[in-house]
Design a protein around this ligand. Structure first.
Ligand SMILES: O=C(O)C1=C[C@@H](OP(=O)(O)O)[C@@H](O)[C@H](O)C1
Ligand SMILES: C=C(OP(=O)(O)O)C(=O)O
Length: 420
C-alpha cells in the first residue's frame, strides 16, 4: 500500500479483506469540530496551547487561514465550519476581504448567518447568488455598548454552524449577544460543544433552550487537548459490525465523557451489533454482538452518523427507520440522493416514506466488485469502505477522505485490508 508516500491519491482504490477476524487497534484522527472551534477561540483569546489538533484538511486549512488575517481572499474550500466560523470571525474584525469556496460550497446556504452578522453591524455583500458564498466583507459599523445583550433571532433548522459561529464571537461584542432560536434546532450537540469550549477558555454562556446568552467578556488563553473524532470512529464501529464473528478492535483517544454528539454511535451501534467498553487511558474496545431485529433512529442531533448507519443496516439486513435527515441534503453532497444511488448497487435501498421518515431495506444485499462513487464527500467513501469486509470493492476518488481523516486508507491497510 503506497498511498502514504504519495501526495496524490489514485483515481480509485480497490479494497479486499482476507476473510479473517478483524482484530487490533486503529488510530482515529482528532476531532475536526473541536479543533476548528479551538482554533477560532484561541485566536480570539490571543493564546493557549492546543494539543492533538486534527490533521484533517478542514483543520489545517483553518489554521493556515487564521495565520494570515490580512489576506485579500479566504478560500474555505469545502469546509463548512471554516466558511461559517471565519465569516463571523472576519466580519467582526471590520476588515475588507472575500470568502470563497469550492463549487459545492457555493451551493451551501449562509444567508441566516449573514443576516445575523448584518444586525451586529457587519457590512456583507453576496458576490454571487443571494444567500450563498462567495461573500464580500466590507467592514463593520461599530455598535455602542448597551446594558442588555444584542438580541438576534436565528433559525436553527438549517445549520447549527451559524449559531456556533455567532456564539464564539459573542464575548468580543460590546454588549454580548442573546440568540433566540427558532424552528426545529438540528445538530444541537455541536452548539453545546461550542459552549463547552468557550467555557474552557473562560467565557460563560447561558443555555436556556431556545435562548442562548453570552455576555461581553474576555476569553482567557488556555491549553486544550483535542479528543479523538467520534464521527471518524463510526467507520470502525461499522467494520466491527460487518466483520466475521469474534472480531474486536481498540480505538485510542476517545473519552467516556465527550463533548461530541457523535458519541451517540455507542448507543446506535449497540443495536447494530457492536458493544463498547470504555477502557482506562481514553480508549474504547469494540466487540461484535448480535444486532436487534429492527432499529428506529433519529439523526437530528448526529447527522454525520447517518451514512455509516444506513450502510451497516442495509448490509446486515436490519430493517431500519431513519428520521432527522433534513440537513443531509445541504452537506458535502446531497447525502440522501448519494446513499440511494450507491446502496442500490448492492441491493440496498433508502426509501423516502414521507414526513421525514426513511426506511433502510435490502433485498439480497451482496458485495461483489461494485464501484462506489463518492460525490466529493469524505463520508460516502468511509461509510461504504467497511463493505469490503463482505467482498471486494472499489472506491472512487479516495482522496475525499482528506477532509476529515487523511490517514483512513493507511489505517485500513494496517489492520489487514489489501488496499490497491
Ligand atoms: O459545528 C460543526 O462542527 C459541525 C456541525 C454539523 O453541521 P450542521 O450544523 O450544518 O448540521 C456537522 O454536520 C458538521 O460535520 C460539523
Ligand atoms: C458536514 C460536514 O462538514 P462541514 O459541514 O463542516 O463541511 C461533515 O464533516 O460531514
Amino acid at each position: 500500500m503506497t498511498i502514504s508516500s504519495s501526495p496524490e491519491y489514485p483515481a480509485s482504490l480497490q479494497l479486499t479483506w482476507p476473510s479473517q477476524v478483524l482484530r487490533g487497534s486503529a488510530q482515529v484522527p482528532a476531532s475536526k469540530s473541536e479543533s476548528n472551534r479551538a482554533l477560532i477561540i484561541q485566536a480570539l483569546a490571543g493564546g493557549g496551547q492546543l494539543r492533538n489538533l486534527s490533521d484533517a484538511n478542514d483543520t489545517q486549512l483553518m489554521e493556515r487561514l487564521l495565520q494570515d488575517p490580512a489576506a485579500a481572499t479566504f478560500d474555505a474550500e469545502d469546509a463548512g465550519t471554516v466558511m461559517r466560523f471565519l465569516t463571523a470571525y472576519l466580519a467582526m474584525t471590520g476588515r475588507q476581504t472575500e470568502l470563497v469556496g469550492t463549487a459545492r460550497m457555493l451551493e451551501r446556504p449562509i444567508g441566516v448567518l449573514v443576516e445575523a452578522l448584518r444586525q451586529l453591524g457587519a457590512r456583507i455583500e453576496y458576490a454571487g447568488q443571494e444567500g450563498y458564498p462567495p461573500l464580500r466583507l466590507q467592514g463593520r459599523t461599530p455598535q455602542p455598548a448597551e446594558e442588555d445583550p444584542t438580541e438576534l433571532t436565528v433559525r436553527g433548522d438549517i445549520s447549527s454552524q451559524y449559531i456556533s459561529a455567532l456564539l464564539m464571537i459573542g464575548p468580543t461584542l460590546p454588549s454580548g449577544l442573546r440568540i433566540w432560536l427558532t424552528g426545529k434546532v438540528g445538530s444541537r450537540p455541536y452548539i453545546r460543544m461550542t459552549q463547552a469550549l468557550m467555557q474552557h477558555f473562560g467565557a460563560q454562556c447561558r443555555d436556556l433552550g431556545e435562548v442562548l446568552e453570552v455576555r461581553s467578556q474576555a476569553y482567557q488563553p488556555t491549553d486544550y487537548t483535542v479528543e479523538g473524532d467520534w464521527s471518524a470512529a463510526s467507520y470502525w464501529y461499522a467494520m466491527v459490525a460487518l466483520a466475521p464473528a469474534g472480531s474486536h478492535l481498540t480505538l485510542p483517544t476517545l473519552r467516556r465523557y465527550s463533548w461530541q454528539g457523535d458519541q451517540a454511535i455507542v448507543g446506535i451501534m449497540a443495536q447494530l451489533g457492536v458493544q463498547t467498553e470504555f477502557l482506562a487511558n481514553e480508549s474504547v474496545r469494540l466487540t461484535q454482538t448480535a444486532p436487534a431485529a429492527a432499529v428506529e433512529q433519529d439523526f437530528t442531533d448526529c447527522p454525520d452518523l447517518a451514512q455509516t448507519v444506513a450502510v451497516v443496516a442495509a448490509a446486515l439486513g436490519v430493517p431500519t427507520i431513519m428520521t432527522g435527515l433534513e440537513s443531509l441534503r445541504i452537506k458535502e453532497t446531497d447525502r440522501i440522493a448519494a446513499l440511494q444511488q450507491e446502496l442500490a448497487k448492492f441491493g440496498g435501498a433508502l426509501t423516502d416514506e414521507g414526513e421525514g421518515r426513511f426506511r433502510v431495506s435490502a433485498d439480497g444485499f451482496e458485495v461483489k466488485n461494485q464501484t462506489v462513487a463518492t460525490y466529493h464527500d469524505h463520508r460516502m467513501a468511509m461509510a461504504f469502505a467497511p463493505l469490503a469486509l463482505r467482498g471486494p470493492l472499489t472506491i472512487e476518488a479516495p482522496r475525499v477522505v482528506r477532509k476529515s481523516y487523511p490517514q483512513f486508507w493507511q489505517e485500513l491497510g494496517k489492520i489487514g485490508f489489501e488496499v490497491r
